[in-house]
Design a protein around this ligand. Structure first.
Ligand code: ASP
Length: 586
C-alpha cells in the first residue's frame, strides 16, 4: 500500500504518529513563511503544512510547485493545529511533511473541483472523471452503492435468487423502441437489447425458480428527459404462487427497509388509490400525495349560465389554492401563461378570489353573481382567503392540465417538501389503452399482464373497460416501480395478442417461445420492477437521475466523454453485411 491512512481518517488521537497519505491537491496556499496543501481523496481532506525554520527549504520549494489536482504522496508527523477547523472531520490536525513525492502531475482542470463548481453540464460530462471527484457526485454514487447492497440484503433474506438474463435477445414490444444489434454470424438478422427482462423472468417462474431478482440494465430508444436515460437500471423481480397482495406487501416492505436503513425514516403503511380515483382527484396516475388540493368538478354548477367556454366544455374542474386570495394580477397572469404553455395546452384560466371579508372577485363576474360563486366555494370547501383556479375543456386534456397546475401551486406554496415522503400504490389500471393514431388497443402495462378475472368477459364486448391486476408504486409524485400479475395460460395469452391486433402467425413468431412454455406447467406468477436510478434520486430528494449514474448520456443520447455513438469502419460494416445510405468518407 502506498499510504498508511486515508485523507479522511486522522484525528487528535493520531498526534505524534508518522503517517503517509496519498491524494490530489485540492488547493495550495503560500502565506510567505508557511505553505499549506489540502490533500483530498474519496474519504476526505487533510491539511499538510510546510513551515520555514521547521521544514527543509528544498521541501518547501517543492510544495510550492504542487498545482491543483497533482497526485502526491506525503509522509510526516501528525501535529495538533494552531487554529482548528471544526467544519472538517480532520480539522484538529495537520501533517508536518518530511517527505513529498510527486506521483503524477495534472493539467489545470477545466472546472473547479468543488462542491459548487463553475462547470456547466456539458463540460462536467465531457470530463466526468473529474466531476466524480466532487463530493456531491461522489456521494450520489456511494448512495447508489449502499442502495444496491441493501436491496440485495432484503431480497436475499426473502429468498429471492439473483439470476442474470441475456442482453442480446429478440425484439419484444414493451411500449418503447428497441435498440438493435446486427449479428455477424447470422446475416440479415438482429438481436435487440432488452427493454426489460420481462419474458425471461416469467420463464424462470415456469422453470421453478419461485423468486427471482436482478439489478439489471434495460435499454429503451426513447426521447430523453431529466429522469430518463437510454440505458437505465431496474430492480427486476418475479414471484410464483402469489397474489397481488403478496407482491404489494413484499415490495412495500423492501421500500420501507430501504428508507429505514438509508435515511433512518420509518415509513407509514402506503396509501392505496385506484387508477380511476387518482385520475379523478389529481388528473394523474402518479399523484404527488404530499399535499391535498384535490380536483373539484363544477359542471353541475357552472354550465348553462351563458358562459360559452364552460358551456361547450366536456369538463369544468378546478383546485382550491388555500390562502392565495391575495395573489396579484401579475401572479394570476403568470399562472394563466403557465397553463397556456403548449406542453400544458389549456386555453385559459378562470380564477375566483374568496376575499378575507367574505366577498368574491372572479374573472367571470359577468356571468356569475356572488351567490353562484359562493355555491362554487362551498363545493370546493373553500374558506375566505382562498383562491379557486378553474380550467375547462376536453375531459382528459383538462385533467392533465390541471394536474400540472396543481403541481405548480404545490411548488409555489412549498407543499412539495423534500423531507416529506408520501408513498402509495396505484391499483386497478386499465388493461388496454386506445391509441387514436393506430386505431388499436395497446397494452397499458405490457401484453403479459393478466386481466382481472371478473373482467375477462369484457375483453370482447368492451375491451377499454377491462381492468388489470397491475400496480404502480408512486413516491412523491414519481413512479418508482410497477408490475402486474401475469397471464400464465396459453389460451389467454393468445387471446391477449389477438385483442392487441396480432394475427396468429405474428404472435407465434414473436412469442411462440413464451406461449409454448406455458404449456409445460406454468405456475401463477407476477412481479414488479423498480427504476433503480430513479429510486436513488427519490431517496436523495433529487429530480435528475443523471448524477446517480457514473457515466450518463446527454439529452441527445450521446456520451460526450467517449464520443459515442460514433462511426464504424467499412471493414466492420462489411463483416456485418451492412451498407450505409451515405457511404463513409475516409
Ligand atoms: N417489465 C416491466 C417493466 O419494465 C415491469 C414488470 O411488469 O415487472 O415495466
Amino acid at each position: 500500500m502506498l499510504r498508511t491512512h486515508t485523507c479522511g481518517e486522522l484525528r487528535s488521537e493520531h498526534v505524534g504518529q508518522t503517517v503517509t497519505l496519498c491524494g490530489w491537491v485540492q488547493k495550495q496556499r503560500d502565506k510567505g513563511g508557511v505553505v499549506w496543501i489540502d490533500l483530498r481523496d474519496r474519504y476526505g481532506i487533510t491539511q499538510l503544512i510546510f513551515e520555514e525554520g521547521v521544514t527543509d527549504q528544498a521541501l518547501i520549494d517543492q510544495a510550492k510547485k504542487m498545482g491543483r489536482e497533482f497526485v502526491i504522496k506525503a509522509t510526516g508527523e501528525v501535529v495538533e493545529r494552531y487554529s482548528k477547523n471544526d467544519k472538517m472531520p480532520t480539522g484538529d490536525v495537520e501533517i508536518r511533511v518530511s517527505k513529498l513525492e510527486l506521483l503524477n502531475g495534472s493539467k489545470v482542470p477545466p472546472f473547479t473541483i468543488e462542491d459548487e463548481t463553475d462547470g456547466g453540464e456539458d463540460l462536467r460530462m465531457k470530463y466526468r472523471y473529474l466531476d466524480i471527484r466532487r463530493n456531491p457526485v461522489r456521494e450520489k454514487l456511494q448512495l447508489r452503492h449502499t442502495m444496491m447492497q441493501k436491496v440485495r440484503e432484503y431480497l436475499n433474506k426473502e429468498k429471492f435468487v439473483e439470476v442474470e438474463t441475456p442482453y442480446l435477445i429478440k425484439s419484444t414490444p414493451e411500449g418503447a423502441r428497441d435498440f438493435v444489434v446486427p449479428s455477424r454470424m447470422n446475416e440479415n438478422e438482429f438481436y435487440a437489447l432488452p427493454q426489460s427482462p420481462q419474458t425471461f423472468k416469467q420463464l424462470l417462474m415456469v422453470a421453478g425458480m419461485d423468486r427471482y431478482f436482478q439489478i439489471v440494465k434495460c435499454f429503451r430508444d426513447e426521447d430523453l428527459r431529466a429522469d430518463r436515460q437510454p440505458e437505465f437500471t431496474q430492480i427486476d423481480c418475479e414471484m410464483a404462487f402469489i397474489e397481488q397482495e403478496d407482491i404489494l406487501q413484499t415490495f412495500e416492505g423492501m421500500t420501507k427497509f430501504l428508507y429505514k436503513e438509508i435515511k433512518g425514516i420509518e415509513l407509514e403503511d402506503f396509501q392505496r388509490i385506484s387508477y380511476d380515483e387518482a385520475m379523478t382527484k389529481y388528473g394523474s396516475d402518479k399523484p404527488d400525495l404530499r399535499f391535498g388540493m384535490e380536483f373539484c368538478e363544477l359542471n353541475d354548477l357552472a354550465q348553462g349560465k351563458g358562459f360559452v367556454v364552460f358551456d361547450s366544455a366536456e369538463l369544468v374542474v378546478g383546485i382550491n389554492a388555500a390562502g392565495c386570495a391575495e395573489y396579484t394580477r401579475k401572479q394570476l397572469d403568470a399562472l394563466t401563461d403557465f397553463v397556456k404553455k403548449p406542453q400544458i395546452g389549456a386555453k385559459g384560466l378562470v380564477y375566483v378570489r374568496y376575499n378575507e371579508d367574505g366577498s368574491f372577485k372572479s374573472s367571470v363576474d359577468k356571468f356569475f353573481d356572488e351567490n353562484a360563486l359562493k355555491g362554487w366555494a362551498e363545493k370546493f370547501g373553500a374558506k375566505p382567503g382562498d383562491l379557486l383556479l378553474i380550467l375547462a375543456g376536453e375531459e382528459n386534456q383538462t385533467r392533465k392540465a390541471l394536474n400540472e397546475l396543481r403541481l405548480e401551486m404545490g411548488e409555489q406554496l412549498g407543499l412539495r417538501d423534500k423531507n416529506k415522503v408520501a408513498a402509495a400504490w396505484v391499483l386497478d389500471f386499465p388493461l388496454l389503452e386506445w391509441d387514436e393514431d393506430t386505431k388499436r388497443y395497446h397494452a397499458m402495462h405490457h401484453p403479459f399482464t393478466a386481466p382481472k378475472p371478473e373482467d375477462v368477459e369484457k375483453l370482447t364486448s368492451d375491451p377499454g373497460a377491462v381492468r388489470a391486476n397491475a400496480y404502480d408504486m408512486v413516491i412523491n409524485g414519481v413512479e418508482a416501480g410497477g408490475g402486474s400479475i401475469r397471464i400464465h395460460d396459453r389460451a389467454m395469452q393468445a387471446r391477449m395478442f389477438e385483442v392487441l391486433g396480432f394475427n396468429k402467425e405474428e404472435a407465434e413468431a414473436q412469442f411462440g417461445f413464451l406461449m409454448g412454455a406455458f404449456e409445460y406447467g406454468a405456475p401463477p406468477h407476477g412481479g414488479v420492477a423498480f427504476g433503480f436510478d430513479r429510486l436513488c434520486a427519490i431517496m436523495a430528494g433529487e429530480q435528475s437521475i443523471r448524477d446517480f449514474i457514473a457515466f450518463p448520456k446527454n439529452n441527445a443520447g450521446r456520451d460526450v466523454m467517449i464520443d459515442s455513438p460514433s462511426k464504424i469502419s467499412q471493414e466492420q460494416l462489411d463483416e456485418l453485411g451492412l451498407k450505409l445510405v451515405e457511404p463513409i468518407k475516409s
